[in-house]
Design a binder for this molecule. Structure first.
Ligand code: GLY
Ligand code: MN
Ligand code: MN
Length: 463
């Protein structure tokens, strides 16, 4: 394995720990699904970011001089017959670039020695159940030896605060993986569109889970280890349920299908939504609404550049969505006023109830503060017209090259008496992944068409 990016990250983290400090980062535990059967194992994102190591029962310890110690599963031929090959402590330094490695069974024995004479211990807060207690027990051990003149660390700090900032700005190694994940996911969406068109044109049935199967097949056959999140494949009115998981509803001619599905590749997520007509042809109202959402996403795209704020793409998208809702008379101008009134009162909320973006990286909703760190104390209080409560606002994050965020506006029109009937039960979301570049942003997920005419052409060709 090329351990260079991981070694570099460890060195960068070590420099931020401060003098005489140590960081402890465990990986994720194995989770049981039911008797004798576990969930597919996925390493902890922070741990993987620093090691590239995917075995369970592993811990990284790093000191402020950059010295790294890995604790991992010991070689055990009998266990390995059941659960698979283990790297083992002997091979770990060469494979992972760590300075030394030991069995995780030696953790409690060795940690007090590693912590003694340091000032600060860093570990992830509120991430691993019981970790605080484990660290406490090591510190107790060190304290027990204090009479021998050992120093006991007197400060505990959250290593996530450092790692979140590091992970927020992606390096070249990460962006290469994310680009590839985006391509694979896009190809999965293409296949789902093609299958839908083919089946409906042949007069054959097709259900949500058939499309999910196309997506998962495409992800896995390209080396993706997992879907990045539970696939949403929502036929017709199901699209108005934001987290609807693919079920068994049949796709119907004349209805839309919303797919929000994407793969995880080598620890990195992608996140794509497309909405398309099940049989490949948009109706008039569907197309009108679709074009509003697409225009709003374009506005968000144009607002995504270095120096802009995280909130800017959202605000740009909302403006276009609101204008569209007024133009299509889904919102009645006589009742709600103009664009600015609707935004102020958030009268668009019944039709657009989520944000336009989230950070994306190893986690699909990735870590990283949404508030600009240097401006966190600039608090303004605002009245929230939906909840009726006063909420605190802080200036949102300033975008920098290498940050990755989604652009995912949508409109969800449930039946309601004041809403024109042709729009009832239409749910549309369009989602792409944007990496902030030096001059704007690059979309990683445009291997699947987004323009309505292009979607129709792709589906015509497949039918
Ligand atoms: N697929 C999860 C999201 O769009 O946020
Ligand atoms: Mn998303
Ligand atoms: Mn999504």
């Amino acid at each position: 394995m090329n351990h260079t990016p991981y070694s570099e990250r460890r060195a960068r983290l070590a420099k931020q720990l401060g003098k005489g400090a140590i960081a402890v980062v465990p990986t994720a535990p194995v989770q049981q699904r039911n008797r004798d059967s576990d969930f597919p194992y996925r390493a902890d994102s922070y741990f993987y970011y620093l090691t590239g190591f995917t075995e369970p029962d592993a811990w990284l310890v790093l000191d402020s001089d950059g010295r790294s110690t890995l604790f991992c599963q010991p070689k055990d031929p009998e266990r390995e017959t059941w659960t698979g090959y283990r790297l083992g402590p002997k091979a770990a330094p060469a494979a992972l670039g760590v300075d030394e490695a030991h069995s995780f069974e030696e953790l409690d024995e060795r940690m007090p020695g590693l912590l003694a004479n340091t000032r600060t211990v860093w570990y992830p807060f509120a991430t691993h159940a019981g970790l605080e207690t484990v660290v406490d027990s090591w510190l107790q051990d060190v304290r027990g030896q204090a009479r021998a003149g050992l120093l006991v660390p007197d400060s505990q700090r959250d290593v996530c605060t450092l790692l979140d900032e590091m992970r927020l700005v992606k390096d070249a190694h990460e962006l290469a993986i994310m680009r590839r994940a985006g391509q694979i996911s896009a190809q999965g969406h293409v296949r789902a569109m093609q299958l839908s068109a083919r089946q409906l044109h042949a007069g054959a049935g097709v259900r949500e889970y058939h499309l999910e199967a196309e997506l998962l097949h495409e992800f896995r056959r390209n080396g993706s280890q997992f879907p990045a999140y539970t696939s949403i494949v929502a036929a017709g009115a199901n699209a108005c349920v934001l987290h609807y998981p693919a079920g068994d509803a049949p796709l119907k001619k004349g209805e839309l299908v919303l797919i929000d599905a994407a793969c995880e590749l080598d620890g990195y997520a992608s996140d794509i939504t497309r909405t398309f007509p099940a049989d490949g042809k948009f109706s008039g109202p569907q197309r009108a609404l679709y074009d509003v959402v697409l225009a709003s996403q374009r506005a968000a795209f144009e607002a995504t550049r270095p120096g802009a704020r995280f909130d800017d793409p959202h605000n740009a998208a909302v403006k276009v969505l609101v204008q569209g809702l007024l133009d299509l008379k889904i919102l009645d101008r006589n009742q709600v006023g103009g664009v600015q009134d609707v935004i102020k009162k958030r009268a668009y909320f019944p039709f657009y109830m989520h944000r336009t973006s989230h950070w994306m990286g190893m986690d699909v909703h990735d870590c990283g503060s949404y508030v600009e760190p240097g401006e966190a104390d600039q608090v303004t209080e605002q009245h929230d017209p939906i909840s009726g409560q006063t909420v605190q606002k802080r200036p949102s994050r300033i975008l920098r090259p290498g940050m990755v965020l989604t652009l995912e506006p949508g409109l969800y029109i449930r039946p309601a008496k004041n809403v024109p009937k042709p729009f009832w039960n239409i749910g549309i979301r369009i989602e792409d992944d944007a990496v902030v570049t030096k001059s704007g942003c690059e979309l990683l997920t445009r291997g699947v068409p987004v323009d309505a005419d292009e979607i129709e052409a792709l589906m015509r060709a497949a039918a």
